[in-house]
Design a protein. Structure first.
Lengths: 131, 42
């Protein structure tokens, strides 16, 4: 039996995470989607990720009161809070969807945060069990 | 159109969809392309 490797989709705000890193880190990290603002992530983007086979979705946004677009991070946080409740109603563990509001100009913490979430998802198992 | 499109940028004071700097990136077309690419690989 092959070991389960979680498929994690990560949306990362360009203004808070990795904006000083010019090494093209976003290409090196699998399934990382750089975005203009965490508030740009719509619920349909998240639902589609799960539909397409993702085991988890992580959103990286700016810290409180530091959103480049004023309240995009609050909008994202509200959306995630509500969506987690909806996912729970559909039998999907809310732990599969997370938002991290912090700042990391060098982008060095991005792989660390992704790995931490992957570990959590690994303990939950695949969203759709292999047939 | 997401709600962020109506917010104003701290730097230039314009809304995201009207920002002259990197309009393509800011309107989200780059993001949508990357999303399709990533979702197709899942």
């Amino acid at each position: 039996m092959t070991e389960f490797t979680p498929k994690l989709v990560c949306f990362s705000c360009k203004f808070g995470w990795g904006y000083l890193n010019s090494n093209g880190y976003e290409k090196q990290l699998k399934n990382l989607i750089p975005i203009t603002c965490s508030g740009k992530v719509d619920t349909t983007h998240i639902i589609d990720a799960f539909k397409e086979g993702a085991d988890g979705v992580l959103i990286l946004g700016c810290p409180d009161r530091e959103c480049h677009f004023q309240t995009g991070n609050y909008q994202a946080r509200k959306r995630i809070l509500l969506l987690r409740k909806v996912l729970k109603e559909f039998g999907i563990d809310p732990g599969r969807l997370k938002i991290a509001l912090s700042i990391d100009p060098e982008g060095t913490q991005i792989p660390v945060v992704i790995d931490a979430m992957k570990k959590e998802i690994k303990s939950l198992g695949p969203l759709r069990p292999a047939v | 159109v997401s709600t962020v499109d109506m917010f104003k940028c701290k730097a230039c004071g314009m809304c995201v969809s009207a920002c002259p700097a990197g309009a393509r990136e800011l309107t989200g077309s780059d993001m949508e392309e990357r999303i399709s690419e990533v979702y197709a690989s899942l």
